[in-house]
Design a protein around this ligand. Structure first.
Ligand SMILES: Cc1cc2nc3c(=O)[nH]c(=O)nc-3n(C[C@H](O)[C@H](O)[C@H](O)COP(=O)(O)OP(=O)(O)OC[C@H]3O[C@@H](n4cnc5c(N)ncnc54)[C@H](O)[C@@H]3O)c2cc1C
Length: 492
């Protein structure tokens, strides 16, 4: 506690206020980052009558970026609790859309194989059944589409692009924090926030220094600041600076990397035929684990590489690879060098020649390659980097980013948003905006509630497990089976 206060004072004395800043407190809550978690938090506050809020994002314009995200039962339950209309809209969209999470389990469009093409027993239940029993409609949605769905439910003036957060200082005498942002600056790529396609030129890039020669610094004051700026969070770096947590400012490599291609077209017929016969049968999707025999999949042995291949049109394939590998294997590689390294990794993981040949045909411009990072939460108490300091709190990937292998990053972030909305609502109801101790206590409660389940989710995201494994059933029960609305009541 003393460290935190000293830290905040230190930050305060080291920073100078920008000229002409007025001591007026602009907002009750300022949120940095208009990703799914920042926006869900804003919606939760707004629905509870906390309307003097702002969401500020570094992007120069909201634009089509990002990976596909699976919203799963816990995330949907949290969203139902956060904002009725957001939940309703997404549920409607998922009901209408064709997506693999709701296929009829009696007619599977997917199959699971080992590297020799032998069938791995599919889960006793279909995906629909695995998820369906938790009572939510689930679906896949592009990051940008999710952002748009959530963003457009808030009044337009509450979400502003072109504000890159740079630092925060405590202003105890005013019972607030001051956060500084730069605008009109060429966007600095945030390497870990979402699946950027580094191979392609970004046609809608957010600007360059020459285009926007005059960068501006703006400052805002708020009672609370929520850092929802993703895994490479600058808010995190700012509040951990010069504290014992400074070593945890940046995420670590998780040991996992992912590679995805949007499409390989005109695959020679003979190769296409061979792959279909050996791995697909009549399915449209195959998940290949690098087990050598089919039995090992059922005894919870962990593979090191998983490859999902889709083929909806003759001669056309898409794939996604998740693999445990050293950082250097693929990091920073592009074009032919990346493809050659990927083929080598497939070979090392015992993937057969025909799959290596398929990957060798990947058009480099359709490839996205990224190492996955993590902010591990499983460290013991004295070393544990807290998720809040004073009036600043971290949510989503900024607090506990993890690899996407278990599909939990955004879903866990929705639960954070539900918890923060509940606690800030209470601060508002009790009129405790000027009560630093009450605010710190609320943020500590948030962390105590969320940390144990994040540990489970992170552990799940650090291994490749077949859907058929017992492990998966236990994980599903533990993560999806909880009653989120009831859990939130325990915060009161
Ligand atoms: C390939 C892949 C697949 C995934 N699949 C799933 C899945 O199936 N299910 C799931 O739950 N999760 C999945 N995830 C994880 C999920 O995308 C993240 O957990 C989620 O996006 C985190 O949300 P967030 O709002 O915390 O951060 P982000 O989505 O990273 O958003 C952060 C926002 O902050 C902004 N920002 C960053 N820095 C600043 C700054 N300095 N100033 C102002 N703004 C800033 C960014 O522009 C961005 O808009 C996947 C991730 C990847 C990479």
């Amino acid at each position: 506690m003393i460290i935190e206060n000293e830290f905040m004072k230190l930050e305060h004395t080291e920073s100078s206020s920008p000229e002409n800043s007025s001591p007026k407190i602009d907002y009750d809550v300022a949120i940095v980052g208009a990703g799914p978690v920042g926006l869900a938090t804003a919606l939760g506050l707004y629905q509870r009558g906390i309307e003097n809020i702002i969401v500020l994002d570094q992007t120069r314009a909201f634009r089509q970026v990002g990976q596909t995200i699976g919203l799963l039962p816990n995330g949907m339950k949290a969203l139902r609790y956060i904002h009725t209309q957001a939940h309703k809209n997404l549920t409607e969209e998922f009901k209408k859309s064709k997506n693999p999470l709701k296929e009829d389990p009696s007619k599977p469009k997917w199959t699971m194989r080992n590297v020799n093409g032998e069938k791995i027993p599919s889960p006793s239940k279909g995906l629909g059944e695995i998820f369906g029993k938790y009572g939510e409609h689930l679906g896949l949605i592009r990051w940008y589409d999710l952002q748009t769905q959530l963003r457009t439910l808030l009044p337009e003036n509450l979400v502003k692009p072109n504000h890159r957060f740079v630092s925060v200082v405590a202003e105890p005498e005013l019972q607030c924090v001051r956060a500084d942002f730069v605008s009109n600056l060429g966007a600095k790529a945030n390497p870990y926030s979402y699946w950027e396609d580094k191979q392609k030129k970004d046609r809608t890039n957010t600007g360059s220094l020459s285009q926007f020669p005059e960068s501006e610094m703006t400052s805002i004051r708020a009672k609370l600041l929520i850092g929802a700026d993703g895994i490479n969070s600058t808010v995190r770096q700012s509040i951990y600076k010069d504290t014992p947590y400074s070593a945890y400012s940046k995420p670590e490599y998780s040991g996992f990397s992912g590679v995805q291609t949007e499409g390989i077209y005109r695959v020679p017929e003979a190769l296409s035929q061979q792959i279909k016969e050996q791995f697909f049968d009549d399915a449209k999707t195959v998940i290949i684990y690098n087990f050598l025999t089919s039995e090992t999949a059922t005894i919870n042995q962990e593979p090191t590489m998983k490859m999902v291949i889709w083929s909806y049109e003759p001669g056309e394939f898409e794939y996604l690879i998740d693999a445990i590998m050293p950082f250097e294997s693929l990091a920073g590689k592009v074009g032919k060098e990346l493809i050659d390294s990927l083929v080598l990794e497939l070979k090392k993981a015992n993937f057969p020649e025909i799959i290596q040949q398929l990957v060798a045909l990947s058009p480099p411009e359709n490839l996205a390659n990224r190492p996955f990072y993590i902010h591990p939460v499983n460290m013991s108490a004295p070393d544990r980097a807290k998720w809040s300091i004073g009036r600043v709190v971290l949510v989503g990937d900024a607090a506990h980013g993890m690899p996407p292998v278990a599909g939990q990053g955004a879903n866990q972030g929705m639960e954070d948003a539900a918890a923060i909305a509940t606690l800030v609502n209470e601060i508002n109801k009790q009129n405790q905006w000027d009560d630093t101790a009450a605010i710190e206590a609320a943020f500590n409660k948030y962390e105590s509630l969320r940390r144990p389940i994040i540990e489970v989710a992170q552990q799940g995201s650090l291994g490749i497990r077949a859907f058929s494994s017992e492990w998966h059933e236990q994980f599903a029960e533990e993560i999806y089976g909880r009653n989120i609305a009831e859990i939130m009541q325990t915060l009161l």
